[in-house]
Structures are given as structure tokens and as C-alpha cells.
Write a protein that binds this ligand. Structure first.
Ligand code: FES
Length: 144
């Protein structure tokens, strides 16, 4: 009987190392702008809810917007550690930005900000970005 281990398995050998940066760990363990408790207690101007077709995880993002700028961000998710860290970073990056500038903060910039993400977890950084885009679309549909 043959045995497979990460050392002799071709698919494991080709994979990127399973290592999170210190910043990813920090944002995962202490997520910024995470909405604790009942969302109905938080006043928001827009909300976006999306699901990741790759894993089925979900993300919901709430925005307060004033004069075309994001003045506050809150979010909650059923996502994984990478999604939590990525959305935490995104929430810090977009606060104070105009809606158009916030939309330019994409998964690559989030991953760079966090010191990188394992290749097979990169799709998780898309979840927060898509929730943000959905929330901005929600806001624009209400105000235009
Ligand atoms: Fe689903 Fe990361 S595995 S968001």
C-alpha cells in the first residue's frame, strides 16, 4: 500500500506554503470594524450582501456615507480567516474615501496591505470587495 504525505504528493509540492503573515493573523484575531450583535442597532446608509461561489461563504457590509465619502464601515461574515482578515483590512483602507476611490481598492491591494495571502486563499479577499461594491450599488440605487 502506498502512502501519501505533503512531502511526496505532487499537488502538495506545487502548492504555496500554508503560512499567514503577522498582519493577516492580527486582523483575523482582532478584526477592525466587525459588527458585533444585532445589525438593526447600527444605523447605515447602504448595505451589500454577497456569497462566494467557490466556498459558499457569505459577507454583509454596512456603510455610513456623508457627502460622497464613507464615514464608517461595519461588516459581518460566515467567511474563513482569510476573508475576515481581508475584510478587516479593506474596512480600514476605505474609511474616509470617496465611493469611487473605495471601489478601486481591490483584492490585490488588500493582499499587498496584509503582506500577502496564500495563493489558494486569494479568492477569500474578493468577498469583502464584492460586498463593498454591492453596498455602494445599493446606496447609488437609493440616491439616484
Ligand atoms: Fe470561503 Fe475563504 S474559504 S471566504
Amino acid at each position: 500500500m502506498s502512502q501519501s504525505s505533503p512531502a511526496n504528493c505532487p499537488s502538495h509540492a506545487a502548492a504555496a506554503p500554508w503560512v499567514y503573515s503577522d498582519l493577516v493573523k492580527d486582523h483575523f484575531l482582532s478584526p477592525r470594524n466587525f459588527l458585533m450583535g444585532d445589525e438593526s442597532a447600527y444605523r447605515y446608509d447602504a448595505v451589500g450582501t454577497v456569497g462566494n461561489p467557490i466556498c459558499g461563504d457569505q459577507m454583509r457590509m454596512f456603510l455610513q456615507i456623508q457627502d460622497g465619502r464613507i464615514t464608517d464601515v461595519k461588516w459581518k461574515t460566515y467567511g474563513c480567516a482569510s476573508a475576515i482578515a481581508s475584510t478587516s483590512a479593506l474596512s480600514e483602507l476605505v474609511k474616509g474615501q470617496t465611493l469611487d476611490d473605495a471601489l478601486k481598492v481591490g483584492p490585490e491591494q488588500i493582499a499587498t496591505y496584509l503582506g500577502g495571502l496564500p495563493k489558494h486563499k486569494f479568492h477569500c479577499s474578493v468577498l469583502g470587495h464584492e460586498a463593498l461594491a454591492a453596498a455602494i450599488a445599493d446606496y447609488r440605487s437609493r440616491t439616484h
